[in-house]
Write a protein that binds this ligand. Structure first.
Ligand code: PEP
Length: 261
């Protein structure tokens, strides 16, 4: 099955002031405007989502948030609900490892499942992040852990909705470390642990429709090696999305496509 590549920029807690976000975007916009045939998603901090909704509207690029609460409204000080994002964003990153295990958020599998369902119910596309830590990797627990994360996140989600989701396989030890997984390992985990779990939960058709990105120290130099892997449909990029290099990274994805030049 031919799946459309998807490249997403996760700016994390950077470029959250209007002027700095705009200054950087002005640098990358001309190059990104020329990118065709792949889905490009910019996920800036919540403070500039409104501004970026307007900036991206005339472009082919889509806007993503970095998190969403599952309740539409209520006594949740500081939270931003999926409902609040609906007029701004097409995508929402969910379950990033920096939210699953940090002292400020401690997101559980149950919370991520609630968020996934809320984002889908409001017609947006989740970019569901999952991946093992170094100890799990070394202990040979990657498959069991990652497939367990898939099962927990998709609990109660029907097949039609599941097929529209994007998953980012992000081994925690590869995020922001400069030490990416090998393309062959990423391909194996995505094929066996992620698509395998989806096929068991739903069917092979759903497993083949879901787009799965690799994330973890992706650069313009290494993205080509990931994109030739049959299970890898793009990348979720942190550090390199904050540099002008991001344009080159997007170009490399286009080049890796069968008709790319
Ligand atoms: C990320 O934040 O999702 C990520 C993959 O970061 P980096 O590209 O910096 O490893």
């Amino acid at each position: 099955m031919l799946r459309k590549p998807i490249l997403a920029a996760n700016w994390k807690m950077n470029l959250g002031r209007s002027e700095e976000a705009l200054a950087f975007f002005r640098k990358i916009r001309p190059g990104l405007n020329e990118i065709e045939d792949i889905d490009l998603v910019i996920c800036p901090p919540a403070t500039v989502l409104q501004q970026f909704a307007e900036l991206l509207a005339p472009t082919r690029m889509a806007l993503g948030a970095q998190n969403a609460h599952w309740e539409d409204r209520g006594a949740q000080t500081g939270e931003i609900s999926a409902l609040m994002l609906v007029d701004l964003c097409e995508y929402v990153i969910l379950g990033h490892s920096e939210r699953r295990a940090t002292e400020s958020s401690q997101e559980t599998d149950q919370a991520i499942n609630n968020k996934l369902k809320a984002v889908l119910s409001h017609g947006m596309t989740p970019i569901l992040c999952l991946g093992e830590n170094l100890e799990q990797n070394r202990a040979g627990q990657t498959d069991a852990f990652v497939s367990g994360q898939v099962r927990a996140a998709f609990e109660g989600v029907d097949a039609a909705q599941a097929a529209t989701c994007v998953i980012a396989y992000e081994p925690i030890w590869a995020i922001g470390t400069g030490e990416a997984a090998t393309p062959a390992d990423a391909n194996r985990v995505i094929g066996i642990s992620i698509r395998g779990a989806l096929a068991k939960l739903y069917d092979e058709d759903v497993a083949q429709q879901v787009r799965v990105q690799y994330g973890g120290s992706v650069t313009a130099d290494n993205i080509g090696e990931f994109m030739v892997m049959p299970e890898v449909d793009g990348a979720l990029v942190g550090g390199a999305s904050l540099k002008p290099e991001f344009v080159e990274l997007a170009r490399e994805i286009v080049k890796s496509m069968p008709s790319g030049s």
